[in-house]
Design a protein around this ligand. Structure first.
Ligand code: NAD
Length: 485
């Protein structure tokens, strides 16, 4: 008999009883052991959460009418409440989705607070109204108003961090939210709800209903919602966009990727390999922006391949909760099937595997796949075109910089990428030619101050930075000084 990890959903500042008896099993990705069960939401729970968010938004003395400073204080109190749960948050995420706990400590246990504090500081100093002298004589007041009730849909790979990307700007502007986490990551969502409850964020401003795609779709189409912020796969993003198009509902979409890591002929692989690992494989390859297509110059191809093969072959694969683990298991059996089928397809196409390609020895439980490298891959192969979402790199040869740039840009996606060189200027000159929303030189780290997002099939809109506020605001111009001007 497994135990219930918790009983209800955080709606309107309290734990409400689920409207359906359905539960999800929380299973350790590393051991396949059952941790416990937790309720998953049904449409009725989404309805209750939207109603609460609507009331909180429409309250004439409510959140949107608080001063910017008061909202910033409350956001900081939420960051503080998350700080005191940091280790436990990392542990819960690592248990569920296999993220190595050393990675989870930095991301899921800490980064959301950085994002919340960044937007709290930003909104303190950001005037939401300005007055302009018009060209036709009168003055105009330009107001930035909160867009309203936000439906925030997040995937399981960085559940807390990606929720914070939406929460930060939405809360700063005075929006209220319904967050829908994935069924794979319900346990951390509950801990987050406890932090919200402890904070001074008012009731109804943040409501959380974890569940599957059906309730996600219900939230997207809900008449009480004003804006959708979606992070997930490109396939699901297209469906969300269709609904929002029909409803003329504002939407931001952070979707999949298949980015390139371009190794220039002067790269120093000895000193850059750790940073390159972070930019190409972090979180077991379950990260949207990773440069999983490594482009290596023909002149140094064998050397790059050997260095990568040695480094990846020596990575410590193991239980996500072990602090020494560099590659943990994938998030689910289904995710492992998907990754293994891509490895199979690469093999069937005749590409050489230089390391990995199977399941690690000695790890009979847990959804592990060996970190894997394919050599001499053609950019037209499905393993070079599709997002695999696992620890699998393809290494592709290029002739010269123009060729490297052409290969990097020959992708359905346009999210991330990186350039590796001992000459930072040269690295940047190549980075400037990459058609993606973000790109790194000798690293890849999405920083809260910089807009993050993609082009092409990687999405629409940006999160983070001052630009992230734009997606959560409506503009109103009031033409003043009428009558006779
Ligand atoms: P997914 O698309 O299956 O699910 C993502 C979320 O959307 C989940 O909460 C899911 O329940 C919900 N959902 C699915 N279909 C829906 C629908 N039709 N309507 C409403 N909600 C729906 O993706 P996943 O497998 O959970 O996550 C992995 C994907 O997310 C990868 O493609 C990855 O690249 C992408 N991702 C993108 C970013 C980014 O910022 N660009 C960041 C992380 C992950």
């Amino acid at each position: 008999m497994s135990s219930n990890l918790y009983d209800g959903f955080y709606i309107d500042g309290a734990w409400s009883r689920p409207s359906s008896p359905e539960v999800v099993e929380v299973v350790s990705a590393s051991t396949e052991e059952l941790v416990g069960t937790a309720p998953v939401g049904a449409n009725g729970d989404i309805d209750a959460a939207v109603a609460a968010a609507r009331r909180a938004f429409d309250d004439p003395n409510g959140w949107q009418h608080w001063s910017r400073v008061a909202r910033a204080d409350a956001m900081e109190s939420l960051a503080d409440a998350l700080d005191s749960r940091s280790g436990e948050m990392a542990r819960r995420v690592a248990t569920q989705n296999g993220m190595p706990v050393s990675v989870a400590n930095g991301f899921e246990g800490a980064f959301p607070q950085t994002v919340l504090r960044y937007y709290a500081a930003l909104i303190r100093e950001t005037d939401l109204e300005e007055t302009r002298q018009g060209l036709l004589g009168g003055r105009i007041r330009v107001r930035r108003l909160p867009v309203g009730v936000v439906g925030a849909i997040v995937p399981w790979n960085f559940p807390q961090t990606l929720a914070a990307f939406k929460l930060g700007p939405a809360l700063a502007l005075g929006c209220t939210l319904v967050i829908k986490p994935s069924p794979e990551t319900v346990w951390d969502a509950h801990l987050f709800a406890e932090a919200v409850h402890e904070s001074s964020i008012p009731d109804g401003v943040i409501n959380i209903v974890p569940g599957g795609r059906e309730i996600g779709a219900h939230l997207v189409a809900h008449p009480g919602v004003d804006k959708i912020a979606f992070t997930g796969s490109t396939a699901a993003g297209r469906k969300v966009a269709q609904t929002c198009g029909r409803l003329l509902r504002p939407v931001t979409l952070e979707l999949g990727g298949k980015s390139a890591a371009i190794v220039l002929d002067d790269a120093d692989l000895n000193t850059q390999m750790r940073a390159m690992f972070d930019a190409t494989m972090i979180n077991n390859g379950q990260t949207c922006y990773l440069g999983t297509r490594v482009l290596a110059p023909r002149s140094r191809y064998d050397e790059v391949l050997d260095a990568l093969t040695t480094f990846v072959g020596e990575l410590q694969v193991g239980d996500a909760l072990d602090p020494g683990t560099e590659i943990g298991p994938l998030a689910s059996a289904g995710q492992r099937d998907r990754v293994e089928s891509y490895i199979e397809s690469g093999r069937d196409s005749g590409f050489t595997i230089t390391t990995g390609g199977g399941r690690p020895k000695g790890l009979d439980r847990g959804w592990f796949v060996e970190p894997t490298i394919f050599a001499n891959v053609d950019n037209t192969a499905s393993i070079a075109r599709d997002e695999i979402f696992g620890p699998v790199l393809v290494v592709i040869q290029y002739d010269d910089i123009d060729d490297a740039v052409a290969i990097a840009n020959d992708s359905e996606f346009g999210l991330g990428g990186s350039v590796w060189s001992t000459d930072a200027e040269r690295g940047e000159s190549v980075a400037r030619r990459i058609l993606t929303g973000t790109v790194g030189v000798n690293n890849f780290l999405s920083d809260p101050v910089a807009p993050f997002g993609g082009i092409k099939s990687s999405g629409i809109g940006r999160e983070l930075g001052p630009e992230g506020l734009v997606s959560y605001q409506n503009l109103q111009s009031i033409y003043l000084d009428g009558g006779g001007n």
